[in-house]
Design a protein around this ligand. Structure first.
Ligand SMILES: C[S@@+](CC[C@H](N)C(=O)[O-])C[C@H]1O[C@@H](n2cnc3c(N)ncnc32)[C@H](O)[C@@H]1O
Length: 284
């Protein structure tokens, strides 16, 4: 399956940004991942797959929840992100109960034998497939009969100021990028629940359940606004837009984003965003 554009992106600018800002991103995004882990009920000795595991934080956290006879495999197309995952694994090996393995590969390819896993988990790693139905059908094959799928993904941009607030501010200065097709691979690739249900059903999954999850995401409680800003300005779609913009407009775009993000800051709490996710579960 051809996910070439995503491979380039996650082995290039996006992957480098996730590696550089891993600590901040994990502070922001740990909770939706935990809620998704809570939806899993892996048996003793479970074999788990973390799809699009990135820098491996969630894979390692899951491993600390499993027993010593269990194993979790993290798969990702991004070599730099998996290199950090291996470093974090080595640094945290004493806290890990289960065996952990990281594999470079496209999760939509048939990388694993049929019926390998008791459960498939993903935090924000399954919205990037060029052909989601085919990808989920392949993943379903790797589940044991009755095996569980649980993932968390973003609801629409309109409900997620983490993306829209800096983007709108940047767009007050910069020309807009070409519009993305609805459902195109990206953070909002599975934002429409009816589409997700259709994809999972077509892929052969049973009992798809898609529940809303509303959380407040906070970062930098002990930092000044300027410190947090210097990281946030380098993350996400607004960062990409500014990076590719006319150099003469960059400073004004940065200032606009600064002013907008300041509205989400309070001393002692850092920067906080209301965020809306879908918590999706299904069975083979
Ligand atoms: C938004 S990041 C999330 C990373 C990680 N799950 C987390 O929550 O920190 C999306 C991840 O999906 C990975 N990815 C995208 N398409 C993929 C594919 N076809 N197969 C495996 N990984 C993929 C990217 O390389 C990236 O690491």
């Amino acid at each position: 399956m051809n996910n070439q554009q995503q491979k380039e992106m996650w082995n290039g600018r996006a992957g480098a940004s996730w590696v550089r800002h891993n600590t901040l991103l994990e502070q922001l995004l740990a909770e939706p991942g935990r809620r998704c882990m809570d939806a899993l009920s892996p048996p003793s000795g479970a074999q788990l797959l973390d799809v699009g595991c990135g820098c491996g934080n969630q894979t390692l956290e899951l491993a600390s929840r499993l027993d010593a006879s269990a194993k979790i495999t993290g798969v990702d197309i991004s070599e730099p992100m998996l290199a950090l995952a291996e470093e974090l694994k080595a640094a945290n090996h004493t806290a890990l109960k289960a065996e952990v393995e990281f594999i470079v590969g496209d999760a939509s390819d048939s990388l694993f034998p049929n019926e390998s896993f008791d459960a498939i988990y993903s935090r924000f790693g399954v919205m990037f497939f060029a052909d989601p139905t085919a990808a989920f059908a392949t993943l379903r094959e790797t589940l044991k009969p009755g095996g569980q799928l649980a993932f968390v993904c973003w609801q629409s941009p309109a409900l997620n100021p983490f993306f829209t607030a800096p983007m709108q501010a940047a767009l007050s200065v910069l020309p807009p990028p070409p519009p993305a097709k609805p459902g195109a691979p990206g953070p909002f690739g599975l934002a429409v629940p009816e589409t997700t249900k259709h994809v999972l059903t077509e892929a052969g999954f049973n009992k798809p359940s898609i529940e809303p999850l509303a959380l407040e995401l906070s970062v930098g409680a002990s930092q000044s606004f300027d410190e947090i800003f210097e990281e946030l300005i380098q993350i996400g779609p607004a960062a990409a837009l500014i990076a590719e913009s006319d150099p003469s407009l960059k400073d004004r775009a940065r200032e606009a984003v600064y002013e907008r993000l300041l509205e989400f800051y309070s001393p002692g709490n850092g920067v906080s965003f209301e965020a809306n996710f879908w918590l999706v579960t299904a069975r083979r």
